[in-house]
Design a protein around this ligand. Structure first.
Ligand code: PNS
Length: 162
């Protein structure tokens, strides 16, 4: 079975990587799909994010990293995937995620959303939290792979690079 894991990944965090690793054990192939979203101003370009993700998952054999436009269910169908993976961290994620899963079901009844519970140690973690810490000069070394922490410090705090 093929699963698509869609998201913004601006940037990918250890929490996302945990979901990808666990998805890889459940599905034959996992396609990590970065949304090309013209309505958002991201920290990293789509191409930077694709490279960051590829450099973070090279220990996994059955993952592909791509970008996509438009509806996630349409992209999943185009790739003959049956599943969308989403991570659930805390109860407050549930409302938005359930609404999205139901919306996707109305758009395409054959695509199932599978929720994976984020590991406890990453239940507080999001790309926004990482950026907020970095903006205020904190260390994100424990939240993202080292090569991404370096990319983030290049944006916010070059003193952390020495
Ligand atoms: O990492 P994010 O920002 O929580 O990911 C959200 C994402 C990209 C999965 C979601 O916004 C999405 O699938 N967008 C594509 C458009 C779409 O399919 N919308 C219908 C579901 S509401």
């Amino acid at each position: 079975m093929i699963a698509v894991y869609p998201g913004s990944f601006d940037p990918i965090t250890l929490g996302h990587i945990d979901i990808i690793e666990r998805g890889c054990k459940l599905f034959e192939n996992v396609i990590v799909a970065v949304l090309r979203n013209p309505s958002k101003t991201p920290l990293f370009t789509v191409d930077q994010r694709l490279n960051q993700i590829r450099d973070s998952i090279n220990h996994l054999a059955n993952v592909e990293v791509v970008s996509f436009d438009g509806l996630a269910v349409n992209y999943a169908k185009m790739r003959q995937a049956q599943v969308l993976i989403r991570g659930l961290r805390v109860l407050s994620d549930f409302e938005k995620e359930l609404q999205m899963a139901h919306t996707n079901k109305t758009l395409s009844s054959e695509i199932e959303t599978v929720f994976l519970a984020t590991s406890n140690e990453y239940s507080f973690l999001s790309s926004s939290v990482v950026k907020e810490i970095a903006i205020f000069g904190g260390s994100v070394d424990h939240l993202v792979p080292q090569h991404i922490a370096i990319d983030i410090y290049k944006c916010y705090d070059k003193t952390k690079l020495v």
